[in-house]
Design a binder for this molecule. Structure first.
Ligand code: ADP
Ligand code: MG
Length: 243
């Protein structure tokens, strides 16, 4: 299987604090990898390193075999290929839904405006938000905002998407609609790395679960192995607390 992303002996320090320690793992084409672990274990920092929102202190991230820090891709282009969906949506609040989904295409990818609108509509339809094209983010529920954020990322024609707790800021009643969209994307074969506390989603949708604790990968494997037969004490302890 071809690796889309390959993390090799990555560590990250903030000052003297090492929050990621010798992390290595691959994300293969079409794979859905869920990152789980307690708050503070380093999941967001790892995801941010994959997107170069943080620079690794040592070690490398390869995107399709090229070191992302030396690939010659500018950051904006790299982030269109390996997109990110954030807990807090990060929509442009001064733009409407359609503009949120076209601005990156026009400004980064240099897509023609009409073509950008077409693509935006296609993905807004895919996430069920095509009837809200003129709405501002402030007029939308959390679940609707997150679906727009997902459409915006998809409109950039990504090779992989990173999700950092995409449902953690949502009201319980809108979590399901976002998870449903993500499940659909997984079924279409999109390569995804998902930090989540939604264990049911991880169990049902992911190909691989990576459990992190205190900056290290403690254990990784198929969801049924991690959830039903965890090998490591720390994994057992974490799962017994949350399941
Ligand atoms: P998680 O997403 O698993 O909750 P994070 O990656 O957010 O964990 O954080 C891991 C550790 O790194 C935490 O102790 C956090 O306080 C620390 N940390 C994260 N970002 C920064 C930063 N910009 N500066 C200093 N410490 C940070
Ligand atoms: Mg986090």
């Amino acid at each position: 299987m071809a690796a889309v992303l390959s993390v090799n002996h990555l560590s990250k320090k903030f000052g003297n604090r090492e929050v990621l320690k010798d992390i290595s793992f691959d994300v293969n084409e079409g794979e859905v990898v869920c990152l789980i672990g307690s708050s503070g274990s380093g999941k967001s920092t790892l995801l941010r390193c994959l997107n170069l929102l943080e620079q690794p202190t040592t070690g490398t991230v390869l995107y399709r075999d090229k070191n992302i820090e030396e690939s010659g891709l500018d950051l904006f282009h790299y982030r269109s290929k390996v997109g990110m969906v954030f807990q807090q949506f990060n929509l442009f609040n001064n733009l409407d839904v359609l503009e949120n989904c076209t601005t990156g295409q026009v400004n980064v990818l240099k897509t023609e405006k009409e073509e950008a609108k077409k693509r935006a509509l296609r993905y807004l339809t895919e996430v069920g938000m095509d009837t809200y094209i003129n709405a501002r983010p402030a007029q939308l529920s959390g679940g609707q905002k997150q679906r727009v954020a997902i459409a915006r990322a998809l409109a950039m024609n990504p090779d992989a998407l990173l999700f950092d707790e995409p449902t953690s800021a949502l009201d319980p009643e809108t979590i399901g609609e976002v998870l449903k969209v993500m499940k659909h994307l997984a079924e279409t074969g999109l390569t995804m790395v998902v930090v989540t506390h939604e264990m049911q989603f991880a169990r049902e949708v992911s190909d691989r679960v990576v459990f992190m604790d205190q900056g290290v990968i403690v254990e990784e494997g198929k969801p049924e192995d991690i959830f039903n037969h965890p090998k490591e004490e720390r994994t057992k302890e974490f799962l017994s607390r949350i399941l």
